[in-house]
Each structure stands twice: as C-alpha cells, then as structure tokens.
Design a binder for this molecule. Structure first.
Ligand code: URA
Length: 286
C-alpha cells in the first residue's frame, strides 16, 4: 500500500481506495491518529476484504505523471524495424535459383512468404509427364488434393481426366504425344477453397513461369479464372474460353474449369469444342 509508513519515522499509514473498487475509504476510520500496529492491522483487514493495489490518499493524475516522467535514454528505445521484404522479389530470386523441376519444387516448398502455406497439409507441385506437349495450369488444390499432395484428384480432376482422354491425352502416358502435365497456380490449398488473392498469385507467378520454362510445353491450357488472371492478367473465363491467347510465350487455351462443368453440364458442349481446338493445334501447330 502506498504511503504506508514504517515505525519510527513519525508518520502513520494513510490509505485511499477509489469508490468503484471497494469503497473502503468510507469504511476506514480516521487512522491519522492511530499507531503503527493499529495501522498494520487495518492494512491486513483491508487486504482480507480484497484490497489488492497500493494507491495513495488522493487519485493520481496519470497525464501529469506522463508529462513529468523522464524520457528513456535513447539506448533503451527499441529500434524501429521496418518490414522491407518484397515477397515477389524474394520469389523471383528464389525461382531463378532453380536448375530443374526437382530444385524448383524444393525451393518453392521452402518459400515462406505466402500465408496459405501455414493452413495447408501438403505442398501440391505437379502430376503427369514433364515431357508432355500439353501443360494444364489449374487454380489451387482443393480438399482432396491437399490430402493427397497431387493436383486434380477430386471429382473435378476425374472429369478432367475423362475430358482429355477423349482427345487421347493422359497424365499417366509415357509418350510425350499422349501425355499431360498438370500443375496449379497455387501449390497450397486456400481456406474454404476461396480464390487465391492477387497478392498471393503475384508471389507464385515467378515459380509458375519457371515451371513452364522447365516443362517447355507446346500448348498451355488455362483452367478457370485464376489461371487466366495469373497468365494473361485477365478474368472472365466465359468470354475468354475458346480463343487462343499467349501465355509465358506459348499458345494458351482458356477453358472453363471442370468444377464449373460439374455444376453446369450445358457448358460441356463448349468445353468439347475447346478440346477439339487443342487437338487440332497439336496436330497442326501453326
Ligand atoms: N482445382 C484446381 O484448379 N486444381 C486442383 O488441383 C484441384 C481442383
């Protein structure tokens, strides 16, 4: 308790307790005249009643105290550390250090600036044959892909396999002419399968570019809006689909995502037309 003087210095304990806590001031007898032992007994009594803070006889004006308080010496002040890390620049430098698909996967898996990594079970890099002439660029892993660590293994992935089998392409094929290579813009599953945000896509773009460089496909299929946004800087898949574009220096065909086709079966007819376009391009690259 503040202002509680010890024996022999001629003063008595003086207490002040604010009304909202325990209105002990009202209950406390005038102790200015009582001796040390009586004051100590009073203190103990107040503590038994729940008084738990040493305060003075009158309220302290903390604003005045703050003005009068000595400033800490400069050496005591915590240094201001500015966060100057540019996650995209870090990604560019990291991706440039890759010498092939294996080192790219290791380097990308170790990239720590994307928050999505923290919530994901697995790093989902790619599947299929890296010799394939066709590279499919999907959006991001969903629940099944996150569990298995491979892209397009859920219902949408099964539809994707059937679609490409219809034009003679498969992720398990050994011959490059019949093979598929599948990867995603984002290797970590976003929470609740939300779309990756533009800042998250920007961080992954240097890795995607390097990925395409190493696979060096003849044709890229951009599956859905996130892939179009990452590769072309544009969204609006229902307008973009079916028309050849250029992505990472390669012919690119935007297509509606198989997850969309599962919900909108009428759109399968257009998807079939897009598949035939891809087949024609492979047979007759202009
Ligand atoms: N959708 C995608 O775009 N990618 C996957 O890997 C799975 C679902």
């Amino acid at each position: 308790m503040a202002n509680a003087a010890g024996p022999g210095n001629g003063e008595c304990a003086r207490l002040w307790l604010p009304a909202p806590r325990h209105n002990l001031a009202a209950m406390t007898p005038d102790i200015a005249q009582i001796d040390y032992h009586a004051a100590q007994a009073l203190l103990e009594w107040q503590m038994e009643l729940g008084a738990d803070e040493a305060i003075g006889e009158v309220p302290v004006n903390r604003y005045e105290v703050a003005v009068q308080a000595p400033k800490p010496a400069p050496a005591m002040q915590a240094p201001v550390v500015e966060d100057t890390v540019d996650p995209v620049a870090v990604a560019k430098e990291a991706a440039a250090g890759a010498t092939g698909l294996e080192t790219l996967a290791t380097i990308q898996a170790g990239y720590d600036h994307c928050e999505l990594k923290k919530g994901a079970r697995n790093f989902v890099f790619a599947d299929g044959n890296p010799q394939a002439r066709v590279l499919i660029l999907g959006e991001a892993p969903g629940r099944d892909e996150d569990i298995e660590g491979r892209p397009f293994v859920g219902r949408a992935g099964q539809l994707l396999d059937r679609m490409f089998a219809a034009i003679g392409l498969s992720r398990t094929a050994h011959h490059p002419e019949e093979a598929l290579y599948i990867t995603n813009v984002m290797p970590w599953r976003p929470p609740q399968n939300r779309d990756p945000e533009p800042a998250e896509i920007a961080m992954m773009l240097p890795f995607v570019k390097r990925h395409v460089e190493f696979v060096n496909p003849d044709v890229i299929v951009l599956m859905g809006n996130t892939s179009c946004f990452a590769a072309l800087g544009r969204k609006g898949i229902l307008r973009l689909r079916g028309t050849w574009a250029e992505a990472f220096g390669k012919p690119a065909m935007p297509m509606t995502h198989p997850a969309y086709l599962l919900r909108n079966t009428a759109a399968k007819r257009e998807a079939w037309a897009d598949l035939l376009e891809i087949k024609a391009k492979l047979e007759n690259p202009r």
